[in-house]
Design a protein around this ligand. Structure first.
Ligand SMILES: C[S@@+](CC[C@H](N)C(=O)[O-])C[C@H]1O[C@@H](n2cnc3c(N)ncnc32)[C@H](O)[C@@H]1O
Length: 193
């Protein structure tokens, strides 16, 4: 199954020269919840501030975080897109890897920030919560409308219930746009204790 998924995404990414997409709105509009210092750069937290762009695709979110001083890991199942990220210069992202995050989820208490956009595997949500360090923040954005496969669509308010134990900081669930697409956005924090 994971080979099929990788192959589907490899063919979608087998083009070149497209400009880097914009970061997900959940990040660009949620800057206030990032652990940034007064200089607008990632705060040192007993070492570098670690961020994960999970199922990163072209890693627009990871790139945006790296530009702000985060030590970013960006993982995706598609070898093609990972090769494309690795070929970029300058190398902005600290750790780029081919990784099936469903089979090999992130380790517990590892990241200060996790961002997930346009990806949904409900079985992974407990591991995503656990992969945040205490006080760490999750930025999650994905579709409620506009995809043909209903497995990848969130139900109304569903995103609010997928991350037990996290404190919700912001939630938005806009109505579909003119093309019938909409994405819910959640920002939530793992409590310190
Ligand atoms: C719609 S794209 C979104 C990419 C990126 N997050 C963005 O917002 O542009 C979904 C991504 O999930 C990746 N993906 C799908 N299943 C995966 C898995 N089990 N492990 C890691 N990545 C996976 C695909 O290769 C693809 O890059």
């Amino acid at each position: 199954m994971s080979e099929e998924i990788a192959s589907k995404w490899n063919s979608r990414y087998s083009y070149s020269g497209k400009p880097m997409p914009a970061p997900a709105r959940v990040l660009s509009r949620g800057v206030r919840w990032l652990p940034l210092g007064e200089d607008g750069r990632a705060r040192e937290m007993e070492g570098p501030c670690k961020a994960l762009d999970l199922a990163c695709g072209r890693a627009a979110n990871g790139h945006w975080l790296a530009q702000r001083g985060f030590r970013v890991s960006a993982w995706d199942i598609s070898e093609t897109v990972v090769e494309e990220i690795l070929s970029r210069r300058p190398k902005m992202i600290y750790d780029v890897a081919v990784r099936d995050v469903v089979k090999v989820p992130p380790e517990p208490s590892t990241f200060h920030v996790i961002v997930v956009s346009k990806f949904l595997d409900r079985s992974l949500c407990p591991a995503i919560s656990a992969a945040l360090k205490p006080g760490g923040v999750l930025f999650y954005q994905t579709f409620t409308h506009g995809l043909s496969n209903p497995d990848y669509l969130l139900a109304a308010n569903e995103l609010l219930s997928l991350f037990d134990g996290l404190k919700v900081l912001e939630y938005h669930e806009p109505l579909p746009d003119d093309e019938g697409k909409a994405e819910a956005r959640l920002i939530a924090r793992r409590p310190e204790h």
